[in-house]
Every structure is written in C-alpha cells, then in structure tokens.
Design a protein around this ligand. Sequence first.
Ligand code: FES
Length: 131
Amino acid sequence: MAIENAFAREDARSSQSGVAQSEGEDRLMAQTFVIAAKTDQIPKNGLVAVEVRGIPIAVANVGGVFYAFEDTCTHEQCSLAQGDLAGTTVTCMCHGAEFDVRTGRVLAPPAPLPVKVYRTMIDGDSLLIEV
Ligand code: FES
C-alpha cells in the first residue's frame, strides 16, 4: 500500500527538531516535521511507503509505535515497504536482507550498509516525519 504526498502541508514545524532555524541557507535546509500520513492508514504491525519532500520513506507500525526509515534497500534498491515486518525487523522481499526499523542497522546480509532512519511524531491523527 503506497501513500504518496498524502498531505501538502509542510508547515508543521516542531520545537523537537533540534535544528536551528535562524538564518539564510541554514533555514532553508532545516529539517522539519512534515505530515506524511494519517495514522489509521498504517496497519498495525504493517508497512507502508510514503514520499516526503521527494524522499521515499517506509513506515512501520510496531504495535502502535511508528518507525520511519529509508525505503530503499542498500543491497539492490528494492522497496523495504514491500517486505515483511516481524516485530522490529523488516525483511527485504528481494534477497532477504534484514534491518532493525528502530535504528536502520543491518541484521542479516546481503545488505552492505544500514538504512537511514527518521524521527516521527504524532499530531492528532497524523503521522509526521522529520526530513
Ligand atoms: S535488494 Fe534488498 S536484499 Fe537485495
């Protein structure tokens, strides 16, 4: 199930971002929490693909806790959102690499590198991802 640009609003800034938003270019490049999906669109113990600011991101719902991470496997670029989720482990559907959705760490080969993880935040019924 893919959710692409579910919401265009990108003004959901958060003081939790920890990024200075003071001047010039730095402000333009500052990370911001962006609405990515409604929480009820992400099935419990399931995965969805979203796209935030042009970045493909996989979201895992682990018992009601949401984890966001790079949707591109570091082996041969398959979508991790198309894989299987068991607890906090996602298994790539292509060749079986495993990643920890909390940290992005590789748990099983053949993926050579971890995937990037993104902070998440809930605001009402919306899931926000920091990008
Ligand atoms: S593309 Fe993911 S394990 Fe090969």
